[in-house]
Design a protein around this ligand. Structure first.
Ligand code: AMP
Length: 409
């Protein structure tokens, strides 16, 4: 659908045209009209679906020139806040808008100044938001729209209390919007607490984002051999860029160091780096100034890096939802991508649970020269057959002899 049919006006349509956005994505198509009409919205949409524009465009369309803090967007991480701030600047470039990105780890004085100077849109992480409220710097009198973005992550990061406190401070007349990639019971409870007669949008069939565009591969490898295998894959595939996920800050530092020593341009990204360093690393990666970003889940959450060709789970994610979020970093906006997961004897069972949640059964691969010595237990399907295991020579021979097989005589 064309954006003009959704009720957006000329300056925004012109910008979208300049950005080369020809058609609204499904989440934009479903969200923009109800949001322009002032409805509450409860949407399941993931990063990569175009959800930022889905809520930012209606906010910009409805913005009045005078009032301060007309829209408040609450997000789980600093990176996501910065990114949304950039999206607002991009979509609002023909408008005169003042925005404040209010996150911890950055000097509060600048945020206080931005608010004092009349920021119309505030993008904030919950902690800093409540700090600013407590200092009397944030007035909600003119607030018209509240967006909770990535609500599942907000709750997973323990922001439940901050959000319920915020709820008590909101004006009665307010458009409330909640986006979430997944809907565990806690998120449903939050949606029910906050939203009023919302338009509900569920564009997810439970499949991973752009799943058809993402090739998901699983490679069996001994834990100790993962670093060497990664170097091998980098050499073989010559990916222009790769996002590697690890489980801890230490693992991110060590692996980035190991890759650098081997001659690849690699940097770590994790929550314990200073905010400036995180922003710089992210900006450099987006500008393709280095090849491999080694990140923890928190740091990489919601990152929008256009057309990332490959994502690698060096360590497995903790949950099925995190798996979805991670692999959603590739296969963005119509481009194909590959998501590789390393599994070893220790975590094969955990990966099977992730597959079960997503109703997936991926074939296990091994790479010549990196075959695991520790045995990975086979995957059994409901009929007792073995699924997803690498086929043995005997199996292949048997298969080739089956009638109808191209190699059958
Ligand atoms: P998001 O899901 O908001 O993180 O957006 C993912 C990416 O899709 C961003 O790089 C946007 O610039 C891009 N995008 C959003 N909407 C459209 C559209 N209608 N057409 C083309 N690209 C889009």
């Amino acid at each position: 659908m064309k954006f003009a049919a959704l009720g957006l006006s000329a300056p925004l349509l012109e910008t979208l045209d300049e950005l080369g956005y020809e058609h609204a994505t499904p989440v934009q198509e479903a969200s923009i009209a109800p949001l322009l009409a002032g409805r509450d919205l409860w949407a399941s949409a993931r990063t990569g679906s175009g959800k930022t524009a889905a809520f930012v465009l209606p906010i910009l369309e409805r913005l009045r020139p005078d009032a301060v803090v007309q829209a408040l967007i609450v997000v789980p991480t600093r990176e996501l806040a910065v990114q949304i701030g950039q999206s607002i600047a991009r979509y609002g470039r023909h408008l005169d808008i003042a925005t404040c990105v209010a996150v911890g780890g950055a000097p509060i004085e600048r945020q206080l100044d931005a608010l004092a100077n009349g920021a119309q849109v505030v993008v904030a992480t919950p902690g800093r938001l409540l700090d600013l409220r407590a200092q009397g710097a944030l007035d909600f009198a003119a607030l018209e729209t509240l967006v909770l973005d990535e609500a599942d992550r907000l709750l997973a990061l323990g922001f439940h209390d901050e959000l319920t406190t915020l709820q008590t401070q909101l004006p009665t007349e307010l458009q409330r919007v909640l986006f979430s990639a997944t809907f565990p019971p806690k998120v449903v409870a939050l949606a029910e607490l906050i939203l009023r007669d919302p338009t509900r949008i569920n564009l997810d069939s439970g499949a991973a984002p752009g799943a058809d565009l993402i090739e998901q591969r699983v490679i069996e490898v001994d834990e100790r051999a993962r670093g060497r295998l990664l170097l091998h894959l980098l050499q073989v595939h010559a990916w222009q860029q790769l996002l590697v996920f690890v489980a801890s800050r230490r693992a991110a530092d060590e692996l980035a160091h190991e890759l650098s020593c081997a001659g690849f341009r690699a940097w770590p990204l994790h929550g314990e780096l200073g905010q400036d360093a995180r922003n710089q690393t992210l900006a450099d990666f987006k500008a393709r100034r280095f090849q491999v970003l080694v990140a923890t889940d928190l740091a990489a959450r919601g990152l929008d890096i256009a057309q990332l060709p490959a994502v690698l789970n060096f360590d497995l994610p903790r949950s099925a939802a995190d798996y979805t979020h991670r692999i959603g970093r590739t296969g963005r906006a119509g481009a194909a991508g590959v998501a590789i997961s390393f599994i070893s004897a220790n975590n094969a069972g955990h990966f099977r649970l992730i597959e079960k949640r997503h109703r997936l059964q991926l074939e296990r691969e091994q790479v010549a020269g990196f075959e695991p010595r520790e045995l990975t237990p086979p995957v059994r399907d409901v009929n007792g057959g073995i699924k997803g295991k690498r086929k043995s020579k005997k199996d292949k021979l048997r298969e080739a002899k089956r009638p109808g097989h191209p190699n059958a005589d």
